[in-house]
Ligand binder design. Structure first.
Ligand code: MG
Length: 455
């Protein structure tokens, strides 16, 4: 099985040129045969192809585009673009998109992320269907292959749409000072221009694209964005923003230099949206998300709907039944009226709009405080992972605890919760606990580490 939680991921000797060719041909056939919101009789399906700025990106993107054309798909090559930009472009009439990007992974990794014509990312399960198609690739006839067209306006169109989704006048009037940490990723090609056009005064960090990520690792974790925190403090900026390598995830730094973790970004996004009565509704999130999100949603009368972990499951749930907003604990927020992508740029623009009313640290006072502790246990293979999860499930059942086992095991307590789940991409079982006090969160992690390892 090549498809993981969200696409096919690997180092260059795993996601090889040969495998990329076969996969992309099969993806082309799959998207061609799938219903799409943009089907037109007599026209070839159009697939958008984008990449981030990794060293292997140009090579793999070229193979993907050739592969798609070889099975009779037209290709719109939008070049280096963020994932939310590529996904936003689907509504211009595409049958889907392939993004060559390993998101927040180290530079030697790359991946193919696939999104269908309705904007729904392809899950592990749907990926299985694509892999079946790899067994029998039928090429298009020589005179019926697809065309590859370059299109260099995708990012500009995305910027314009984000501008229309926020109160530009209010931002331009306040002219907030924002520090942007683009992490040498695709944020470089969109963020400085976007926030300048919104009327912000901007300072940038790591703002030239570089596939080796020389400035910082591409995951915007607290430890990786110390320069951003320091620059926000020394420059007296109103806020700082950092994205992961492909720009779907975002974290903030408040005007005091406080790091705003992903699930708080999500909780704030709910508050900013639900402050308008007309925009309220269900909140969709994964079983790994902070209880603060549930608390915030409920305070506005919103219902929370949990899914398995992974963007595809959020998209599927939001298509199945309407929701006002969706998001992941790692700082990816979906505004369904805009697209089904986690859009780190729209999310950051909404933050900038909000801080024109009051400082970010004041907004944060509305988010209930929980302490969280994460750890990971080495699990050398899938069997070990399964055994660990099974021990936790058995423990939860025997103690008659309140649990959800959609994805790993989440155990809910009155003012705390813990989840133990296998990593989809790495040889670990992860434990995450949250409680009103730090000691209790630590105790929970220790307790469940013991249960998983059977100590
Ligand atoms: Mg990402």
């Amino acid at each position: 099985m090549y498809f993981g939680t969200n696409g096919v991921r690997g180092k260059f000797d795993q996601l090889t040129p040969e495998l990329t060719l076969k996969l992309a041909q099969a993806i082309g056939i799959y998207l061609k045969n799938s219903k799409s919101s943009s089907d037109k009789v007599g026209e070839k399906p159009k697939i958008i192809v984008a990449r981030d700025c990794r060293m292997t990106g140009e090579l793999l993107q070229s193979i993907v585009m050739g592969a798609l054309a070889s099975v009779g798909c037209d290709v719109l090559d939008i070049g280096i673009a963020s994932s939310p930009t590529a996904e936003f472009m689907i509504k211009t009439g595409a049958a889907g998109c392939i993004i060559v990007s390993a998101s927040h992974n180290p530079p030697e990794w790359n991946a193919l992320k696939v999104v269908d014509g309705f904007g729904v990312a392809i899950s592990h399960e749907r990926g299985g269907k694509i892999e079946k198609l790899m067994e029998k690739i039928s090429l298009a006839k020589w005179d019926d292959i697809g065309k590859i067209t370059k299109y260099d306006r995708a990012t500009l169109e995305h910027i314009e749409a984000i501008g229309n989704a926020v109160n530009r006048e209010a931002i331009a009037a306040k002219r907030p000072k924002i520090v942007l940490d683009c992490g040498n990723g695709t944020a470089c090609v969109i963020a400085p221009k976007l926030f300048k056009e919104l009327g912000c005064e901007i300072l940038t960090l790591n703002s030239h694209p570089d596939g080796k990520f020389p400035g910082r690792a591409s995951e915007p974790s607290e430890g990786n964005v110390k320069d951003l925190v320091a620059l926000v403090q020394s420059s007296g900026a109103n806020a700082g923003v950092a994205w992961d390598g492909d720009g779907d995830r975002v974290i903030f730094v408040d005007e005091k230099g406080g790091y705003v973790i992903g699930d708080k970004v999500f909780a704030l996004s709910i508050i900013w949206k639900f402050n308008s009565v007309l925009a309220r509704g269900d909140v969709v999130t994964t079983v790994a998300t902070s209880k603060a999100v549930e608390d915030v949603a409920k305070s506005y009368g919103g219902k929370i709907r949990y899914t398995a972990i992974g963007a595809p499951y959020l998209c599927e749930e939001m298509i199945k039944k309407p929701a006002a907003i969706g998001g992941e604990e790692v700082g990816g927020v979906i505004f369904p009226e805009f697209s089904l992508a986690k859009d780190g740029f729209l999310t950051a623009a909404k933050m900038v709009e909000a801080i024109c009313q009051k400082p970010l640290s004041n907004w944060l006072e509305l988010v209930p405080k929980y302490y969280n502790i994460k750890t990971k246990i080495d699990a050398k293979n899938e069997k070990t992972k399964k055994q660990m999860i099974a021990r936790v499930l058995k423990y939860a059942k025997s103690k008659k605890l309140d649990y959800i086992d959609i994805d790993g095991v989440r155990i809910n307590m009155k003012e705390s919760w813990v989840i133990v789940r296998p990593s989809g991409t790495e040889p670990y079982v992860r434990i995450f606990a949250e409680a009103k006090g730090e000691e209790e969160a630590k105790r929970l992690v220790k307790e469940y580490e013991g249960v998983a390892k059977q100590k």
